[in-house]
Design a protein around this ligand. Structure first.
Ligand code: SF4
Length: 390
């Protein structure tokens, strides 16, 4: 979809005057009772586009153009690109007044994973999922565990050639039931994901996105027609932390969660608990309240243990006691299924019936040792267990 709008109109959508800056680093206010964070929002790469599209390019699906400048409308960054510019996510460029994605049919990562690794615990457990990623991300997370692919341009990475129909052919050949768009940030290779998901759906294969949820409503709604499941990071419940830790904003992520819920996509939420950033119990309590009000008690919530890496090696790993406290807190608030991640062997990795509290799914790593869910119900008390089951 392309729209024709003027530069003035572009800037109006951003709430700026005609001389506004698209991305301005800012230092947030300090106070004795509040943590202070410095924004790390991403920047556009000026004059960094190739002179012509390459083999793995496609014209963008959601953008506006005035014939010279373009604005991508896929995610809230709404990159405004003059000819020759490259987007914040590094995978979109303005070539001769058109927006092109450089991440189409050139995944840098291709694996077959257990579904539990996403993590998705209530979505066809024990099934495998064909997992792909192309270079790029619209965030700048200080803790990124996949920065070697997320913070790179498509041209900088070794890739294989797998166009959408090739992906589906490989998946069918291996008799794998679903495809995950994962590892880097799927929103930034939206066109590749969308076309692959569409063909996959036509052939009875399920689609799952693992994402930061930083996507605009129209492209998301269009995608949900082919989407079966999603794991969305809710990285914190504080906009200042989103800006400082991730280079994004909270509200668009909340909007995404609501849209997925309304569209009937199976949803699981992941929150990485990072010492000094996202380990405030009051914030977690507020987050649980929002989930209960807007989404209900049934979507699984995963608290993930942080390990020091990338730009946060100075921080310690999350103490397990804090994760346990958050799990107890979320259950007490009313969320039915709360899990701990990156703590192998912990009770918080198993599924317990929210009615009779019996163990239903026992997990050892990604292996399922026991399964007491039959026809979507607890084998012991007959309660319906929310999720998608075989
Ligand atoms: S998807 Fe990429 S190009 Fe589009 S608005 Fe987001 S960061 Fe910018």
């Amino acid at each position: 979809m392309t729209l024709s709008i003027t530069r003035k109109e572009f800037l109006k959508t951003l709430g700026m005057g005609t001389c506004g800056f698209l991305y301005a680093a800012q230092t947030l206010g300090d106070s004795s009772n509040e943590r202070s964070y410095k924004s790390i929002r991403g920047k556009i790469f000026k004059n960094d586009a190739p002179s012509r599209p390459w083999k793995w390019s496609i014209e963008g699906f959601h953008y506006a153009s005035n014939g010279k400048d373009v604005q991508c409308l896929v995610c809230p960054n709404r990159c405004y690109l003059e000819p020759g510019d490259r987007s914040v996510c590094r995978s979109k460029v303005n070539i001769d007044g058109k927006l092109f994605s450089l991440a189409y049919g050139n995944p840098c990562s291709v694996h077959v994973d257990p579904i539990e690794k996403k993590p998705l615990f209530h979505f066809y457990p024990t099934s495998t999922i064909f997992s792909i990623a192309a270079a790029g991300c619209n965030f700048r997370c200080l803790n990124c565990q996949n920065w070697e692919i997320s913070q790179k341009k498509p041209e900088e990475l070794h890739h294989v050639e797998l166009f959408p129909k090739d992906v589906v052919r490989e998946v069918r050949k291996r008799e794998i039931p679903s495809i995950a768009y994962t590892y880097s940030e799927a929103t930034t290779y939206y066109e590749y994901m969308f076309d692959t998901a569409k063909i996959a759906r036509e052939q009875g294969i399920k689609n799952v996105v693992v994402s930061n949820g930083y996507i605009n409503k129209n492209p998301l709604i269009a995608l949900t027609h082919y989407l079966d499941g999603a794991n969305i990071d809710l990285k914190s419940f504080d906009d200042r932390i989103y800006q400082a830790l991730n280079g994004g904003q909270l509200q668009p992520v909340l909007n995404t969660l609501k849209t997925l819920h309304q569209q009937g996509v199976w949803l699981e939420i992941a929150t990485l608990v990072i010492p000094t950033y996202t380990d405030d119990p009051e914030m977690i309590k507020k987050m649980c309240g929002w989930i209960l009000n807007e989404l209900g008690p049934d979507y699984p919530l995963h608290f993930l243990r942080f390990a020091p890496l990338y730009q946060l090696t100075r921080l310690p790993a999350t103490p397990v006691a804090i994760l346990e406290h958050f799990r107890d807190l979320a259950i007490k608030e009313g969320i039915h299924y709360v899990y701990l991640g990156n703590v192998p062997g912990h009770t918080g990795c198993h599924t317990f019936c929210h009615n009779c509290n019996k163990m239903l799914l026992e997990r050892v790593g990604y292996i399922l040792k026991q399964n007491h869910i039959k026809n979507g119900r607890c084998e012991f008390c007959g309660t319906v267990i929310p999720g998608r089951w075989i």
